[in-house]
Design a protein around this ligand. Structure first.
Ligand code: ZN
Length: 358
């Protein structure tokens, strides 16, 4: 039982029915603070029955937390939901929180020696992240520095493609300039650290990728990911099968495109998608952004059975977010993904050879 996840979900429900923006943000902030706690919230309960101070959690959220710790639920929130007339909507949001891990659960999974799967030490580099060249706030220099600090041997820089102007997608000319900057950094850090020239391309409605074949050839790493039709329940198996069969694609990025408590993402027959990915040798991504966690450990188990390769990535937009890779590693451990099937755990030369074969 993940009490942190349960309390965060209740606080999010409570936030959703607030009439004032200010209290809505207050409860949302409190929920995020609980999800980011490194320890189970029960351990912050003091002998006198009060809660140790947690940043970003005000007195009314604290009252609710204590209520849940004492009774297992929150009568305050339950009756407020009933009175709001929004119970149906709240229930639908609740269904969009399946198999999300709180930070405390991530840490527990990383420490749990009974789990068979990759450890932090097995993880040699991160293959999806965004820089100042598109919608990220981290420079290439900062990525190299932070990557070395985390003990990595490589990072894939995967800014958004020009087909996604909303995320400040990079033009081919900008990519050319970025590659020159990457070449310079790679020369400087030869033998120590390697930036990989990547892109996060967009999967169109028909499953094709929004870049031309000869453009993809200029990249070392292509992550293809869905960014549209993520709220419809219509079956999109064909779209996703076509995406993994598309020439030049290495990784199926955040395959569902779901978001915590807000959207379900793509509906598909995932076993068929995984089978096609296995045949094309396209890696299934576990995106570690806490609000994505996509695919999660349950779906990842089915991809393991299908024989798929995996990529465990942070999808970081800042160097602080590089730690999101740990969320992906935790899901892989819970799913029992064998280390040898995770491309981030391969030696750099093996990874580069595999990337080149596409
Ligand atoms: Zn994306």
């Amino acid at each position: 039982m993940d009490m942190n996840g349960k309390i965060a979900a209740l606080l999010r429900d409570f936030a959703a029915i607030q009439k004032s923006k200010q209290s809505m943000w207050g409860y949302k902030r409190a929920a995020s603070a609980i999800l980011a706690l490194e320890e189970p919230i029960e351990s912050l309960l003091q002998p006198d029955g009060t809660l140790r101070k947690i940043p970003n959690i005000g007195p009314s959220s604290t009252r609710i937390i204590l209520e849940v710790l004492q009774t297992g639920t929150s009568p305050t929130i339950e009756s407020a939901i009933e009175e709001s007339g929004q119970a149906g909507d709240i229930e639908r949001r609740g269904e969009l929180r399946g198999h999300f891990l709180s930070r405390a659960q991530v840490i527990a999974a990383l420490r749990n020696k009974k789990l068979h799967g990759p450890t932090l030490a097995d993880y040699h580099g991160d293959l999806q992240m965004h820089s100042t060249w598109s919608d990220g706030s981290q420079t290439l220099d900062a990525i190299v520095e932070a990557g070395i600090e985390r003990g990595y041997q490589f990072c894939g820089v995967t800014d958004h493609s020009y087909g996604l102007p909303i995320a400040r997608g990079v033009s081919m000319h900008q990519l050319f300039e970025q590659h020159r900057a990457i070449d310079t950094l790679n020369k400087e850090h030869r033998g120590r650290f390697r930036l990989i020239k990547g892109i996060e391309a967009n999967i169109r409605a028909d499953g094709s990728v929004d870049m031309k074949r000869q453009e993809l050839r200029q990249l070392e790493l292509v992550v293809a990911a869905p960014h549209s039709a993520l709220r419809t329940t219509a079956d999109q198996t064909e779209r996703m099968v076509n995406a993994v069969k598309a020439p030049g694609v290495h990784i199926l990025g955040h395959p569902r495109g779901r978001k915590y408590g807000s959207r379900p993402g793509v509906s598909a027959n995932w076993d068929r998608v995984f089978e096609a990915a296995e045949q094309s040798r396209v890696a299934i991504e576990i995106d570690g952004d806490p609000s994505r966690q996509d695919v999660d450990y349950e779906l990842a188990k089915r991809a393991v059975e299908a024989g798929c390769l995996f990529a465990l990535d942070s999808d970081a937009h800042s160097t602080a977010e590089l730690s999101y890779a740990e969320t992906a590693i935790a899901h892989a451990r819970l799913a029992g993904v064998p280390k040898d099937r995770i491309i981030n755990c391969w030696p750099l030369e093996r990874l580069l050879n595999w990337l080149r074969r596409m």
